[in-house]
Design a protein. Structure first.
Lengths: 443, 309
């Protein structure tokens, strides 16, 4: 009995001591970010490098001294890319460490689920390069931030690119484009834009859904072999992408005619396919693989050289690692912007974070300062435009690495804006949301 | 017509690959009466072992010969699957002798999660490559008969041949060897088999070892096709309608069931899919199996269970 009491006392003392050691007596202000990641399951090969880049940038920010002295803290939760588990992670983490600053679900399905929770909890949902395309309209989607790119914008750029290759958008008349897509909210996103562009230019779109996780595509590619489309757009994720490329090889469809969205254009999608993926193109959401960028060198020097990096050193600078890093950078810079208004060196709330996200202004000088010069183009958001930048390029796999093979394209606002306004208007009507006015934005 | 034939052949070859996984279910059920829900996890675990050791062994030994590296990796993977089989018998099944089927099923469900988790922890969760020299480019046949010919996927064709060979070997093992007969006796009645001196624990280890080798062959073929990653464990879900259709106790049933499901899902996706928005092949396979069950509840070749009261 005495021994048991002694053990309990020793355990309590140890817990107390460890708490005292990990919590400084005069703790600096801390800014908490939940990290919704997937390092296991069918999509782990793609989710892991994203999460590593995301966390490494938070570490780098701290290594640089935080944001005006405020340290970044985070806690990771495994979603497995499942919507229910993602929502569970969000609920578990949203109130921790004084409250979540913002959340990045890395899943369009989870984004859909959190879109209605965010206004209630007053936590911004950042979806850099994914999520609902119409959420670009900040007047209706006050808490969603599809920063730097939406799927409508991505699909628009792809159509522009093949139009340019054919000698003009008018030359697309009569052409056939097959969309091979993940049968999920993510995969269905580009359909509306492609149908709109098809109506404008007279090309034909055929829709070929692939069920999760996407390892069975033989019938899909036999249909492609029969219909012989001029181009195949690939809207896959995880193993679906490499399977598509293997089936394209097995049915003899030229990889040069295949174009993936930016979630179908990273190293895990092609490295297992090897030469079979040579010539395959994908959209680069501004950045591609950036092993020579200054920010990557800084991560290697300040984190990995000291054994503090999150994943393997070889992964630093790869496409999805960079996507995670940039997603993380955008939230850190929003904290900085919010501090500019609400007090430097202070912890900011979710509502203040929204202001920061609506007033991001990352010009070339700011990007150069962060070591991101040449990696991405400037981003400027507003209360009504939650995307902030609509630039993308195409890169092509040469069997060993991704190389940029196009100039910069910008999503065509004349096409995108009416679609965004129409869809967000419908959403507002359905959910009885009163859109914010420019006056509301000043508050 | 050429397109129909292509789809049909593609379905038949996919069907053979499903049969390969379905065989794992049949083997264990036939020999122990356990519906092994962990078969998909075993496929993933075995493929991960093969992929990682074929990468590690050349690095450790400083060799470049792909054939030798693959051979050594195969031997190591077989040894690992034997250890897994022994551990499953020791830690789970031994304690569940004479328990009802539902208990054993739940145990295999637990084994599936443990294998999935341990496999990814030890070997990693990235996409890994198994390069056993399978040809990736297609060939065209009957070009003089059909315009453009009929496309045959060489990799699928070779995989189907390997699957067929394995099925024949297993059929001989079950029908012609003393161990095979002992396995069947155990499946019929644990207690009766024990009473005539058949050692239950050893038999269970043997059958799980055989199922492990089947899983390894399936893992190598599927892994070479798709890359070795977590989704391989979901391949088992593709084999479920095959065993429902073919019957849980029949090796030929697994083959015929696989072929029917393979052809059925490909033809349905190509010819019915466009009318209902596509993406139907997964649930269509189950529907097909259920329709068959309306007429033959024990599956095409399953044993009819008659309980006299």
């Amino acid at each position: 009995m005495k021994l048991r009491k002694l053990a309990v006392a020793a355990s309590l003392a140890a817990i107390g001591l460890s708490a005292a050691l990990t919590t400084p007596a005069f703790a600096a202000e801390e800014q908490f970010f939940p990290v919704l990641a997937y390092r296991t399951g069918a999509y782990a090969p793609n989710g892991t490098p994203w999460a590593n880049g995301f966390v490494d940038y938070l570490k780098l920010t701290n290594a640089r001294g935080g944001v005006n002295g405020v340290k970044m803290i985070w806690e990771e939760c495994e979603t497995g890319y499942a919507t229910d588990r993602g929502v569970e992670c969000y609920e578990r983490l949203k109130g921790k460490h004084g409250g979540a600053t913002a959340v990045q679900p890395l899943s369009t399905g989870i984004t859909f689920a959190l879109t209605e929770k965010a206004p209630v909890d007053k936590i911004p949902v950042i979806t850099a390069g994914y999520g609902r395309s119409e959420s670009q309209n900040g007047a209706v989607f006050g808490w969603n931030f599809p920063l730097v790119g939406t799927y409508w914008m991505g699909a628009d750029v792809l159509v522009q690119h093949i139009g340019k290759k054919e000698g003009g958008l008018d030359k697309l008349k009569g052409k056939k484009i097959a969309l091979v897509y993940h049968d999920s909210p993510y995969g269905k996103e580009p359909i509306a834009l492609l149908q709109e562009r098809a109506r404008m230019h007279g090309f034909e779109v055929s829709l070929l859904p692939v069920a999760h996780p996407g390892v069975e595509q033989k019938a899909t590619w036999l249909q492609i072999r029969q219909s012989k489309p001029d181009y195949v757009f690939l809207w896959g994720w995880g193993v679906m992408n490499s399977t598509s490329l293997k089936e394209a090889q097995a049915t003899g469809y030229p990889r040069e005619k295949m174009y993936g969205i930016w979630w179908a254009g990273a190293e895990p999608d092609v490295k297992d396919v090897g030469d079979g993926a040579k010539g395959y193109n994908a959209l680069a959401m501004q950045h591609g693989a950036e092993p020579d960028s200054k920010v990557v060198k800084e991560v290697l020097e300040k984190l990995h050289a000291k054994g503090q990096g999150t994943g393997p050193k070889e992964e630093v600078g790869q496409v999805l690692y960079m996507r995670g890093l940039i997603s993380s950078m955008l939230q850190v810079e929003a904290v900085r912007a919010a501090q500019g208004r609400y007090g430097k060196g202070k912890r900011i709330t979710g509502e203040q974070m929204r202001w920061g996200l609506e007033n991001l202004n990352l010009d070339q000088k700011a990007l150069d300062g962060m070591g991101l010069g040449g990696v991405m183009r400037p981003v400027q958001t507003s209360c009504l435009d939650h995307m902030g930048s609509a630039w993308a390029r195409v890169h092509t796999w040469d069997g060993k690495k991704w190389n940029f093979t196009s100039d910069w394209y910008q999503g065509d606002e004349k096409v995108l804006r009416p679609m965004v306004m129409l869809a967000s208007g419908k959403y507002a009507e359905e959910k009885k949301i009163k859109p914010r006015t420019p006056e509301d934005c000043k508050k | 017509m050429a397109f129909f034939l292509e789809t049909l052949l593609g379905g038949l070859m996919s069907g053979m690959l499903y049969s390969l996984v379905a065989l794992g279910f049949v083997l264990i059920f036939k020999a122990s009466g356990v519906f092994n829900f962990a078969q998909g996890a075993m496929v993933l675990f075995a493929a991960l072992a093969m992929a990682r050791f074929s990468e590690w062994i050349p690095a450790w030994l400083g060799m470049e010969n792909l054939f030798v590296a693959n051979l050594l990796a195969f031997v190591v993977a077989v040894a690992i699957m034997f250890v897994v089989a022994w551990l499953i018998e020791r830690l789970a099944l031994r304690h569940l002798v004479n328990q009802d089927g539902a208990t054993l099923l739940m145990a295999t469900l637990g084994i599936a999660y443990v294998l999935d988790g341990i496999g990814q922890t030890i070997f990693g969760s990235d996409i890994y490559k198994i390069d056993v020299g399978m040809p990736k480019e297609p060939v065209m046949m009957l070009e003089s008969v059909f315009e453009g010919g009929i496309l045959i996927n060489k990799e699928d064709f070779i995989a189907a041949l390997i699957a067929a060979l394995l099925v024949i070997s297993l059929s001989i093992f079950f029908q012609k060897t003393a161990t095979g007969r002992a396995l069947r006796a155990v499946a019929d009645d644990h207690q009766a088999a024990q009473s005539i001196g058949i050692p239950l624990d050893r038999i269970w280890v043997i059958v799980w070892c055989v199922a492990g080798i089947t899983a390894l062959v399936a893992g190598i073929i599927w892994g070479s096709k798709l890359g070795v990653q977590f989704s391989l464990s979901t391949i088992a879900l593709r084999a479920l309608p095959v065993v429902i259709l073919g019957g849980l106790t029949s090796v030929p049933g697994a083959i015929i069931g696989g072929l029917i499901i393979g052809v059925g899902e490909k033809l349905s996706e190509v010819y019915l899919g466009p009318f209902v928005g596509g993406g139907i092949e997964i649930w269509f396979a189950y529907m097909l199996a259920l329709v068959f069950l309306l007429f033959r509840p024990q599956g095409l070749f399953g044993e009819k269970i008659i309980d006299r009261v």
